[in-house]
Design a protein around this ligand. Structure first.
Ligand SMILES: Nc1ncnc2c1ncn2[C@@H]1O[C@H](COP(=O)(O)OP(=O)(O)OP(=O)(O)O)[C@@H](O)[C@H]1O
Ligand SMILES: [Mg+2]
Length: 266
């Protein structure tokens, strides 16, 4: 096996990148081997999957920052569940651009760090921050023979709508320069309030602007999904309800990824 890499991103904050990448990692790990990587210094994916919020201390010098700077992810992978591993992050990830400059590392630095483990996983799921910085470009620039894909998160807002073309431009740039295997898996509507009428307009706009890209599954806003960050996955009595919309999403994602062969253009 060579891992398929899925990067969740959008430069608008709060569109459910961390929640969606965390739940996707959890669901995929039910049957396959998954490495989740937190590329956001906020460490939300790290906290979401480990229930550990004291990330600065607990993961001090044990994060994706060190993995990238040393060019080897192996010492920084922690096991957090059956078939589920994580490379955590914390606030020190903010120093990544400066440290990369000092070490003269290029945008293939995450790829180099992951090369030794690429055959160990079926999936590598990456959460990114709400910016088009190194933390987003590095994952998109990471080539895998298994294929690499971007999931564009969209919360139905105007702010996010205008962030989509900018994100897709970054995807194109990474594809041209570093990663010919990169493809956009799709645009995922999330945090959607079933009662909000303007969503229909946004659905139409996305379908017109980006034919074929919208995932059929829509992730609706749910209190039980929000509470996952508090309750965690283990022994959570409302887990089934919290994951309701993500189960069809993960099925659809797998189907799309299997249909899009690596190297094929969008
Ligand atoms: N389907 C959902 N239903 C209800 N709340 C949700 C859902 N998905 C995410 N949330 C909540 O919305 C907020 C934003 O989600 P999240 O932190 O995953 O977004 P993000 O895109 O990662 O944010 P950032 O840009 O800051 O990294 C969080 O409080 C999260 O618990
Ligand atoms: Mg986040």
């Amino acid at each position: 096996m060579t891992a398929k890499i899925i990067t969740f991103g959008i430069s608008k904050g709060g569109c459910s990148k961390s929640t969606s990448s965390g739940i996707t990692s959890f669901l995929l790990s039910k049957k396959e081997k998954v490495l989740a990587i937190d590329m956001d210094g906020q460490g939300n994916l790290t906290s979401f999957l480990t229930n550990e919020y004291d990330i600065c201390n607990v993961f001090e010098e044990k994060t994706v920052l060190e993995a990238i700077l040393e060019g080897d992810a192996r010492p920084y992978i922690i096991n957090i569940g059956k078939n589920l591993d994580l490379i955590p992050s914390n606030d020190f990830l903010a120093t990544l651009p400066r440290k990369m400059f000092e070490k003269q590392l290029k945008l293939d630095a995450l790829q180099k760090a992951l090369e030794p483990v690429m055959e160990d996983y079926d999936w590598i799921i990456i959460d990114t921050p709400p910016s088009l910085s190194e933390q987003t470009v590095l994952p998109l620039s990471t080539y895998s023979e298994g294929g690499t894909y971007a999931v564009v998160m969209f919360d139905g807002s105007m702010f996010a709508y205008y962030a989509i073309p900018k994100f897709l431009e970054i995807v194109e740039g990474a594809k041209e320069r570093y990663n010919p295997s990169l493809q956009t898996a799709g645009i995922l509507f999330s945090l959607i309030d079933s009662r909000a009428k303007e969503n229909d307009v946004m659905v139409e706009a996305i379908e017109e602007d980006y034919p074929q890209l919208k995932f059929k599954t829509v992730i609706k806003r749910k209190a039980s999904t929000r509470r996952l960050a508090i309750e965690g996955f283990e022994g959570n009595s409302e887990l089934r309800n919290a994951l309701e919309h993500y189960i069809p999403f993960v099925k659809e994602l797998k189907k799309r990824v299997n249909q899009k062969q690596p190297q094929e253009s969008n």
